[in-house]
Design a protein around this ligand. Structure first.
Ligand SMILES: [Zn+2]
Length: 489
């Protein structure tokens, strides 16, 4: 199998992946702020982080995947308004912040399970790591990197002018970032800031703040967002670790600030590879509440799509390209997925012992395996990998159709498909066992066959619909009779 090559945002180039201590690989992924349901756009990064993890595991790496949950309030939760959404959501719903965070954490875990995202090795809550964050802030303080502001935005701020190469992740210099007035226009920029790019590591809270607030030598308050990720990633993965992931929106501020704090505190390189997933637009537009184009996984399910169809849709674009979501595209993905499941089920039902073309079928499958994993190893090119999978699927569908495949060749093809699925995670294994017809379905199929025999196509059509609605069974007619298979669950 080829070695993994991956794009590194820091070098802006595709590099050979070399972990610090092979076969171990440490991955840190920025998780959600748990104050609302995650939307489909958020899920894009989590799905591709899962593909990254699965691809590394496939090559024999032992991956530790750490994801954080932001359950303490922070002022960066809305980049436009600087609003602390977790705190305001709690006030609005007359609940504690912990209750809000618990509720949406469960919803998030539920969503990622349905998307077949492997559970991170560790899911860590910010509120459980305040002492780690304070230790990091102390170390920054002892080295003279932070200063205090005492106005309405009272707190301790990181002096970005003291960090060499501030902004290098986004390809900017400190001077460039500080010459722009854009950053200064943000409402959460307090007046005492020394540089536009400085950011809070610890916010001080007045007495009205009762929850998610901690006493410390820096005063009573709560941590800034960026310090959470620096403290938790280094705690579990070490001062220097292999891969840090997130959406591209994290590059200019969140990850830039994580690098500044972490490297200032430890004096070591923070992360070797930066993996960033591009945006998802909806009908060509950025998702926003005012446009009403924000969909949750629940919204998609209510429209009758399976979560895996959404996962499949995501995999059809490269993670570094912007992808546009439409319900038409999702319908296509659902249909394609159903037809993939159909082929897998047909292959599972092959019972003839031998066909002359079996040897070449197995060779073809192995060829597709090489193509698939070359694509995956080349910066996780899922569209190209999926094309290799479809080559194999259409070839095998044709062989099944012509009864030109034996049991060994069919199971060889299935074996390759399962190998693909270990990276794609589209649930093919649910369809490999030839499943029995549920009670009542066989009768309906027979009834439909005789309706067709009597050329009563209206009745046959109605029975076809009934089979699909009641049992999720799809009927296909061919010269050799009626085939049935289960559609996506
Ligand atoms: Zn983060």
């Amino acid at each position: 199998m080829p070695a993994i090559k991956m794009y590194n945002t820091m070098s802006r180039s595709v590099e050979d992946f070399k972990p610090i201590k092979p076969p171990s690989v440490g991955i840190y992924a920025c998780g959600p702020t748990v104050y609302f349901y995650a939307h489909v756009g958020n899920m894009r990064a989590y799905v591709f982080e899962d593909v990254l993890r699965r691809a590394l595991a496939h090559e024999g790496y032992l991956v530790t995947h750490v994801m954080n949950l932001t359950d303490v309030g922070h002022l960066a939760s809305d980049a436009d308004t600087g609003e602390d959404k977790l705190r305001s959501e709690a006030t609005k719903e007359h609940k504690t912040m912990a209750q809000i965070a618990d509720y949406y954490t469960k919803a998030f875990i539920d969503d990622i399970s349905k998307l077949n995202i492997l559970m991170p090795t560790r899911i860590v809550k910010a509120s459980d790591h305040i002492n780690d964050m304070l230790a990091l802030i102390e170390s920054l303080d002892s080295k003279g990197y932070i200063y205090q502001i005492k106005d309405a935005n009272a707190g301790w701020y990181f002096d970005t002018s003291k960090f060499k190469d501030y902004g290098k992740l986004s390809g900017h210099t400190f001077a460039e970032l500080n010459s722009t007035q854009q950053a200064g226009a943000r409402v959460d920029r307090p007046s005492g800031l020394k540089n536009i790019t400085d950011f809070a590591v610890w916010r001080l809270a007045d007495e009205s703040v009762k929850e998610m607030v901690w006493d410390s030598k820096f005063g009573r308050g709560f941590p800034g967002w960026h310090i959470e990720c620096s403290a938790m990633s280094m705690k579990y993965l070490g001062n220097t670790f292999d891969i840090h992931c997130g959406g591209i929106d994290h590059i200019p501020i969140h990850h830039t600030n994580e690098i500044a704090q972490s490297e200032s505190a430890t004096g070591s390189k923070f992360v070797n590879y930066w993996f960033h997933v591009n945006f998802l637009t909806v009908n060509g537009e950025k998702m926003s509440k005012s446009k009403g184009n924000i969909y949750s996984m629940d919204d998609i399910a209510k429209k009758g799509y399976t979560p895996i169809a959404y996962r499949y849709f995501l995999l059809t674009s490269h993670y570094r390209s912007q992808q546009n979501f439409t319900f038409d595209a999702l319908t296509n993905s659902q249909n394609t997925l159903n037809s993939i499941y159909a082929v897998v089920q047909k292959l599972s039902k092959v019972s003839s012992k031998f066909s002359k073309s079996d040897k070449s079928t197995i060779e073809y499958a192995e060829n597709c395996r090489v193509k698939f994993f070359s694509a995956i190893s080349n910066d996780f090119n899922t569209p190209e990998a999926i094309a290799a999978m479809h080559d194999l699927l259409s070839k095998s569908a044709g062989l099944v159709e012509n009864s030109d495949i034996g049991v060994d060749a069919a199971s060889g093809v299935l074996n390759v498909l399962m190998d693909f699925d270990s990276v794609l995670g589209i649930g093919l294994d649910n369809y490999t066992k030839a499943r029995e017809l549920p009670e009542g379905a066989a009768e309906l199929i027979k009834e439909r066959d005789s309706a067709r025999g009597l050329k009563d196509f209206a009745k046959a059509d109605q029975l076809r619909k009934e089979l699909e609605e009641k049992f999720g069974i799809i009927i296909e007619d061919s010269n050799e009779g009626t085939h049935w298979y289960f559609k996506a669950k």
